[in-house]
Design a protein around this ligand. Structure first.
Ligand SMILES: [Fe+2]
Ligand SMILES: [Fe+2]
Length: 397
């Protein structure tokens, strides 16, 4: 068998990656191509950094309909420093009778001599070089010739006309220049939006601690303890469902930030800021603490992430078609460790980590049953949300 290995961080995987893999596969008659996804070096904490598990899920979505494309995730799980020569050597041991082709961009070839043990890589695999935009073919050819003279093994050019897309362009432009999305598969686009990746806000544990100090001053002690429970549960759920964990924690920390103000103040804030108030909210203004909380989140606490504001706005009633963070906060509010009065808590807590939609549906069922005992207090949004999830669960079955 002829096996292609295409290494990269795939942050995120885009169409050029797939085109290069396809070009290499057809030109060199490869039977399979493995996308060898690199681990993230430690201490990389920038807005561009996304969890390894997210890169892995995007890669998996992008190649799901491609025949003969597979993922090799060993470098993500490997302890200690991960070097390509170790992987290539392992692969050769695993496939002693197969030919290995290592696919790399021309930029990687240019500094091939700085890699650790490049001679081992080229000894166990043929190197397939993909040109990048702006490359002069003569220049790559001369680098290839140079490598051939320095190292054992084959260095071959992939016939591929490069376009301008790089992952860094996608990361920088995803929200500012929608045309960069043309470089991505639709499932990857949806994933990035749902998981709030590559946005301009990046929260740290220190942000969470600072907001916790603010909430301690703002909330009554019982509400503050509940808030800590929601924040830490939101963190756990975020890790479980591949959502940026400190973003979820910030949302949890702020979700009830407008809970301990007077009803008059809540109505006043809505009037002042043109926040629509429904009849039921007029009658029971505590229901407005979500909407006012979303306002405070930006105005008082300088947290501008739109997904955080949305999750806070809808946390009391839910809403039809909640996004991932909405669900995380809605569920965390219901299951945090201090809660003990709700029915079916054990199974609902279990579902929170196994089937988030079913968990939301079960919470809505219990909320609607509870509220039916007090029909005047039922917010119509809760009913809309419940009906939406009843249908959603039926369709899912
Ligand atoms: Fe609340
Ligand atoms: Fe709450």
């Amino acid at each position: 068998m002829r096996i292609g290995i295409y290494g990269g961080t795939f942050n995120p995987i885009h169409n050029t990656h797939l085109e290069i893999a396809k070009a290499a596969k057809s030109q060199y008659a490869l039977d399979k191509v493995f996308f060898l996804i690199a681990g993230t070096p430690p201490h990389k904490n920038t807005a561009e950094a996304v969890a390894d598990s997210c890169r892995l899920e995007m890669l998996s979505l992008a190649i799901s309909s491609e025949k003969d494309f597979y993922i090799d995730d060993r470098e993500i799980y490997r302890a200690g420093k991960s070097y390509s020569y170790i992987t290539i050597k392992e692969l050769k041991e695993e496939h002693p009778n197969d030919e290995i082709f290592f696919i790399m961009g021309s930029d990687s070839l240019l500094n091939f001599n700085t890699w650790v043990n490049p001679d081992i890589i080229s000894k166990y695999s043929s190197i397939l070089v993909a040109p990048r935009l702006g490359d002069e073919i003569e220049e790559i050819t001369s680098v290839i010739e140079e490598c051939k003279s320095l190292y054992e093994g084959d260095f071959l050019l992939i016939n591929y006309v490069a376009n301008g897309i790089a992952s860094s362009t996608v990361r920088a432009g995803f929200y500012k220049d929608l045309s960069v999305r043309e470089a991505l598969g639709s499932q990857v686009i949806d994933y990035i939006i749902e998981h709030n990746l590559y946005n301009q806000y990046n929260y740290t544990y220190q942000d969470v601690i600072n907001l916790s100090e603010e909430m301690k001053k703002e909330l009554k002690p019982g509400r503050y303890n509940h808030t800590l429970g929601v924040a830490s549960t939101a963190y756990d759920l975020a890790i479980n469902w591949n959502y940026p964990a400190y973003t979820a924690m910030v949302a949890g920390m702020l979700h009830d930030c407008a809970k301990c103000i007077s009803d008059e103040k809540r109505l006043e804030e809505c009037a002042k800021n043109n926040i629509p108030v429904t009849e039921i909210e007029k009658e029971y203004p505590h229901l407005l603490h979500g909407k006012v909380g979303a306002l405070y989140c930006k105005e008082k606490y300088q947290v501008f992430d739109e997904q955080i504001a949305h999750a806070i706005a809808v946390h009391t009633t839910g809403c039809p078609n909640m996004n991932l963070l909405d669900k995380i906060i809605y569920v965390a509010d219901y299951i945090e460790p201090g809660r003990n009065k709700q029915p079916r808590l054990d199974i609902i807590r279990y579902m929170a980590y196994t089937d988030l939609d079913k968990c939301v549906y079960m919470i809505l069922e219990d909320s609607v049953a509870y509220l039916s005992e007090n029909p005047d207090m039922v917010d119509p949004t809760t009913i809309d949300t419940y009906n939406y999830y009843v249908n959603y669960m039926k369709e899912k079955r």
